[in-house]
Design a protein around this ligand. Structure first.
Ligand code: TXA
Ligand code: MG
Length: 318
């Protein structure tokens, strides 16, 4: 794995090449957000269709007005409350901002990540870094430097910051209209956002395709191994009915399973479950299992982003 230091990583970005770096959510595949050739390489390397815009990471809220215009007061309120942190704000873009970056939409997604290495890199680079999750399009987001390496090998440099603390991608909130709308749920909940904004927050209709959020595709955040999300009774029935092993099971409630079944017991708290999830899915994905069966998760609000990712990991297979 090619591991530069911060100054070298900033220099790589200046030259128009890519650097993967840790954030508190997942690792990002970073490019100079003002360099279209670099942005193009991100789409190429990820095999990501050009209609899916990238998030721009910035070092401080003062930088917002370089990228966005008509910024509502509520955006600054949210920035003060949650940045640096796992919240991405969708705002109207400034006219000089690349249309390639924003997939020809009039809006731009921005956030300040809460990770010392990401912040050091942003300061050393001195401008915005476009960074989608550092994985092939539709695959599981990486939460370790090794996972980035598994996705791209030595084709990019990686800043190694250990395992990401949150483990799920940021909450994306569209504040371009008077009715703020969550485009992707994350660990910052609708309730927390509403409390700071003093108004209701809507949840985007998953059927609505505009604006384009790839996380809202039917298959995303997905292992290569076929994966299903099942209630405990169905899961137990499926396991017993299996004639040709092996299948693997991911559960959080200590289901009693036959010993031959490869079983990962997940933490029972949502935060710890989120922290571990992608790493566990990745390890199961290398295990030559015929199927991964995941026990459905509890109904509390803290499980909403986790259920969202699990459903996307299963695609239409549920
Ligand atoms: O936690 C995160 O958000 C991570 C880390 C690296 O910051 N990044 C991440 O990026 O998850 P990505 O590209 O995998 O997902 C970004 C999401 C996509 O679903 C994209 O469609 C959406 O942000 N997005 C970007 N710009 C947008 C815009 N202008 N309007 C609506 N959605 C936008
Ligand atoms: Mg992604």
């Amino acid at each position: 794995m090619i591991k530069p230091n911060i100054a070298q990583a900033a220099q790589i970005l200046r030259k128009g090449s890519l650097v993967a770096f840790p954030t508190e959510t997942v690792y990002g595949l970073g490019a100079d957000a003002c360099n279209e050739q670099a942005i193009n390489s991100v789409f190429d390397l990820k095999k990501r269709p050009k209609k899916h815009p990238l998030i721009v990471h910035i070092a401080k809220s003062d930088d917002l007005s370089f990228w966005a215009k008509d910024i509502p007061e509520v955006a600054y309120k949210l920035a003060r409350a949650f940045w640096p942190g796992p919240l991405t704000l969708v705002l109207n873009k400034q006219s000089q901002v690349s249309n390639l970056l924003c997939a020809d939409q009039p809006t731009i997604a921005l956030r300040i990540p809460n990770h010392p290495i990401a912040l050091d890199l942003l300061r050393a680079f001195g401008s915005g870094i476009a960074a989608p999750s550092a994985n092939q399009f539709t695959h599981i987001s990486p939460t370790t430097a090794q996972a980035v390496y598994a996705e791209f090998g030595d084709s990019i440099s990686v800043l190694d910051g250990g395992q990401c603390q949150v483990g799920l991608e940021s909450t994306i909130l569209d504040v371009t209209s008077g009715k703020p709308c969550i485009l992707r749920p994350g660990t910052i909940s609708a309730g927390q956002l509403a409390q700071v904004m003093g108004c209701e927050v809507q949840m985007a209709d998953p059927e609505e395709k505009v604006p384009c959020v790839p996380g809202r595709h039917s298959l995303h955040y997905a292992p290569h191994t076929p994966t299903r999300l099942l209630d405990p009774q169905t899961l137990l029935r499926e396991v017993q009915a299996q004639s040709e092993l092996p299948v693997a099971v991911l559960s959080h409630s200590g289901l009693e399973l036959p010993e031959v079944i490869h079983h990962i017991l997940m933490p029972s708290s949502a935060n710890h479950y989120a922290h571990d999830l992608y790493d566990r899915l990745r390890s199961l994905d290398t295990g030559q299992f015929r199927e991964i069966l995941i026990e459905s998760v509890p109904v509390g609000v803290e499980w909403i982003p986790i259920r969202d990712r699990l459903q996307k990991a299963c695609g239409d297979r549920n």
